[in-house]
Design a binder for this molecule. Structure first.
Ligand SMILES: [Fe+2]
Length: 366
């Protein structure tokens, strides 16, 4: 098993399903056992092998209840129209720890830009001080772009370093994830729900909406060479956000905290050429503020840690709640800081830290 899989599985949460995703080194078939059920990576009945990443969707409630899953792989020696040759099945069991409701710890990594060592070291420092995370938020720009296989591998190396396949991952796409020859297949390696990179999810009593602003400049920017249509993408996403607001799945007795997860802190104005979609982002901010009324918005993108209160200097489009930019990276000085979030009954504690120290802490009272 170890030589077939590149890393431990990523257990992405999207909607009501965990999407157990595993990059592999060689051609193989994959399925996952949860309790007495078997879930396959298949294309309408055909077990997939023409891929270097496998993804199996399992119902969230079932895996939460089971507390473990078994990853099963069968090598494919030669796939043929008749009498395909395959090898022996190997299995590996992974424990799975769903979050408990009284205290839930999340750790956010964003803007790693292909960096692994100092990024994981920041998480390990946090873990030493506050304990293990119950879930990881991977909030965009994890690769610097998507151009070769190793760019996407970074996603899985970070997930392995934090989760070891045993806690959920909330994944939001960043603007650098959309660039390069493999950007169009990045979604094979990362979660989507109904084919989209924006969706809702719930961990313990925390309800989340995960949003995707796409690129940070106009589609017509020459950097993109006519290869994007994010204006149309955002229009569809606006419809999705309107539907989320109308359906109010967050107005539920088992929801205690509400969070917006988005790489780009879209409530801030940007200087040219990044000053795009201001009407759209003002409308998104209004929808969020008047309907969802979240407790926290968790972002990255700016490469500079910040904790911004509604009405503060960075509140340009009407924040509903504190907006956190929870990552800082300085390539020249080999510096990275990430952020932890401890959700308790009376407050959310926000912790900024690097590999050596706690940089700052804040409290959001319930
Ligand atoms: Fe970014």
């Amino acid at each position: 098993m170890e030589k077939m899989i590149k890393t431990t599985p990523a257990v992405f949460l999207a909607g009501d399903e965990y999407q157990i995703t595993v990059p592999v080194n060689e051609s193989c078939l994959m399925w996952v056992k949860v309790g007495n059920e078997i879930y396959y990576d298949d294309s309408n009945g055909i077990l997939r092998s023409a891929t270097d990443v496998h993804k199996v969707s399992v119902p969230k409630d079932e895996l939460d209840a089971a507390g473990k899953y078994t990853l099963c792989l069968r090598p494919v020696i030669e796939r043929k129209p008749y009498f395909s040759e395959t090898g022996e099945v190997t299995e590996k069991e992974f424990m799975f720890y769903p979050a408990k409701e009284d205290k839930i710890i999340a750790y956010e990594i964003a803007d790693a830009h292909n960096t692994v060592g100092i990024v994981l070291d920041a998480y390990y420092k946090f873990r030493e001080e506050y304990g293990k995370a119950d879930f990881l938020i991977l909030n965009g720009d994890v690769p610097a772009h998507c151009d070769k296989g190793s760019d996407i591998d970074v996603v899985f190396k970070l997930i392995e370093g934090v989760t070891e396949g045993s806690i959920p991952v909330i994944f939001a796409r960043g603007n650098h994830d959309t660039r390069g020859t493999t950007a169009e297949i990045f979604e094979n390696y990362t979660p989507t729900y109904n084919g989209k990179t924006y969706f809702t999810a719930k961990i313990g009593n925390i309800w989340m909406v995960i949003l995707d602003c796409g690129e940070d400049k106009l589609d017509s920017n020459e950097e993109y060479g006519n290869t994007n249509c994010f204006a149309a993408f955002r229009k569809k996403e606006t419809k999705f956000l309107e539907k989320v607001c109308a359906e109010k799945e967050f107005d539920n007795d088992d929801v205690y905290y509400k969070a917006v997860i988005c790489h780009h802190p879209f409530t801030r104005k940007c200087p040219p050429p990044f000053n795009i979609e201001e009407d759209t982002y003002e409308y998104w901010a209004k929808l969020v503020r008047e309907n969802i009324k979240p407790d926290i918005m968790i972002c990255g993108h700016k490469h500079k840690l910040s904790f911004d209160l509604p009405g503060g200097e960075n509140d340009d489009f009407g924040q509903a709640c504190p907006v956190i930019v929870g990552s800082e990276i300085n390539f020249r000085e080999n510096y990275y800081a990430g952020s932890g979030y401890i959700f308790e009954k009376d407050k959310i504690t926000v912790i900024f830290n690097d590999k050596e120290k706690i940089v700052n802490t804040y409290e959001i009272k319930k």
